[in-house]
Design a protein around this ligand. Structure first.
Ligand code: HEC
Ligand code: HEC
Length: 462
């Protein structure tokens, strides 16, 4: 008996020794490899070969394809913006084969459209610098479209004549850095274009009867609504519920929402002001229902005729178009947006000392406790990031235009890039101090004036 037990424990001892040795051998190259991958800048360099390299390559390819789609794809929507609304005709003007006076580059920049300096040939840049280009001539706008230089707008040409026009994601979710001139510079993908007057641009089309039919109103009625939006705003729910104003019948407050940024979205569960769904849900939604691209979209929540009478009547909850020019691009488009980091503010743009004090107030156990909802570093809740209107002390108008009747906790990184147009979904708070004052009131935070300013500096530092 004793001998057998001893023999067994000896075997166990051997086994333990052997496994420790195996683990050490297995771990050592792992450690060595991890160290050799450590870049001086702290980044992990992709492995030279093997499955990990395949993943890294796939990620890079996906980013490139997604960027191409984000910047340049119209998903076939020129059939709507060009062929149906005939927007190309009023852009070109009668002198260039279209209708009316046309849209000059000066007017286009005034509507918030941006020009990608990277698409302008050197000779043209020289002429622009020398003031030798007539920015009042719509023929120049047409030439810019032909150069693919207008951010988010694609011209279609036949024998040099503009025949159609389509729009891209970059129209609303990109701007430029003004490196060449105001409105002309290098692309900044993901930034909300808060200068862009989408409503005025659509109203510039000669034929908005497609919207009039959908909404059951006149073309004049459609134009009145479009012109009520103003810069930096769009109403993605108008074509679902037909609600154009927050306060009928007075109709003084537009129902449009601000264009949010499309950066810093990784890790954030629900998207849009009212949490319609994931990034890819919303991308499919917008490409099909708002841009009028050709594809497939399924969301039976839109069949709710009480909430979405227009969507339900038109079958927007189940769209099937052939050929489908959208679905195969969604994965890369999704990946690209997740890859765009929220841009960091310059150190000079806020007071570091005040921001540090503001950070303490903001923290979950601080006096303002903002981080109970805006959880760092996502600045939204990990999980179901939605709140009732009462929880944030505002009305339910916009929340009630979405399936969950709630507002989504806005991720706050890169807030400094979209201070134009105000804050909250409809820009109701003109400044960050107004936002802080709102919380101070509805949450009875008892913040002093100095503490409020510290919080503002912290928000500017994100
Ligand atoms: C005409 C302007 C416009 C165009 C074009 C547009 N969007 Fe948007 N986008 C908006 C507006 C406005 C919202 C907010 C909608 C809401 O909350 O109801 C939004 C919301 C989003 C969001 C949610 C951001 C967040 O904070 O959660 C993403 C992501 C997005 N858009 C990506 C895209 C992509 C990708 C495309 C192209 C397929 C696109 N958008 C085309 C105006 C636009
Ligand atoms: C109960 C959860 C909750 C708390 C607490 C909270 N927020 Fe918010 N926050 C939200 C929601 C939801 C929104 C979106 C409102 C909307 O869409 O109109 C928001 C929006 C914002 C915005 C606007 C973002 C934009 O893009 O316009 C700012 C700024 C902000 N919050 C700052 C704060 C600060 C500062 C505090 C603390 C004083 C705070 N929040 C506390 C939920 C919260």
């Amino acid at each position: 008996m004793t001998v057998r037990i001893r023999f067994r424990s000896f075997l166990t001892f051997l086994l333990v020794i052997a496994s420790v040795a195996v683990i050490t051998v297995l771990q050592r190259p792992e450690n060595a490899r991890a160290q050799s991958q450590q870049h001086p800048d702290g980044l992990i360099r992709p492995l030279a070969k093997g499955a990990e390299q395949a993943i890294a390559n796939s990620a890079l390819q996906s980013i490139e394809k997604g960027r191409e789609t984000f910047r340049f794809d119209t998903f076939g929507d020129e059939a709507f913006w060009g062929d149906t609304l005939n927007l190309d005709a009023t852009i070109a003007g009668a002198a260039n084969g279209g209708i009316g006076p046309g849209l000059s580059p000066k007017q286009a920049l005034g509507l918030g459209l941006k020009v990608d300096v990277g698409a302008l040939p050197g000779a043209l840049q020289d002429q622009l610098r020398a003031g030798a280009v007539n920015l009042d001539d719509p023929a120049v706008t047409v030439a810019l479209l032909q150069l693919n230089a207008v951010v988010g707008v694609k011209g279609f040409f036949s024998s040099g004549v503009l025949t159609s026009v389509g729009i891209q994601c970059a129209l609303c979710h990109s701007t430029v850095n003004d490196s060449f001139a105001p409105g002309i510079g290098s692309r900044l993908d993901g930034w909300a274009n808060r200068d862009l007057n989408v409503g005025a641009i659509i109203a510039f089309a000669p034929d908005v009867s497609a919207f009039a039919t959908l909404l059951g109103t006149t073309q004049d009625g459609v134009r009145q609504v479009l012109n009520s939006w103003g810069p930096g705003k769009f109403d993605a729910e108008l074509s679902l519920d037909g609600k154009a104003f927050q306060d009928p019948p007075a109709n003084t407050k537009s129902a449009a929402t601000l264009i949010p940024p499309a950066f810093g979205l990784a890790g954030v569960n629900l998207h849009t002001w009212t949490g319609w769904g994931s990034v890819t849900h919303w991308n499919a939604f917008v490409a099909n229902l708002e841009m009028h691209g050709k594809g497939t979209f399924f969301d039976p929540r839109l069949d709710n005729a009480a909430q979405f009478p227009i969507a339900a009547a038109n079958g927007f909850g189940n769209v099937r178009t052939t050929p489908d020019l959208i679905t195969r691009k969604l994965a890369d488009l999704h990946f690209y947006q997740l890859a765009i980091p929220a841009p960091a503010p310059s150190n000079a743009s806020f007071s570091a000392a005040a921001a540090a004090r503001g950070r303490k107030l903001f923290s979950a156990d601080g006096k303002a406790a903002c981080a109970t909802c805006h959880v760092p570093p996502l600045f939204t809740e990990p999980g179901w990031n939605m709140h009732t209107p009462a929880e944030i002390g505002i009305d339910s108008f916009q929340a009630d235009r979405a399936p969950d009747h709630r507002y989504r906790t806005s991720p706050l990184k890169g807030l400094w890039t979209h201070t134009k147009g105000g804050f909250y979904h409809d820009g109701r708070f003109a400044t960050l101090l107004d936002v802080v004052n709102h919380y101070n009131g509805v949450k009875s935070l008892g913040l002093t004036e100095a503490e409020k300013l510290d919080l503002v500096e912290y928000l500017k530092s994100l």
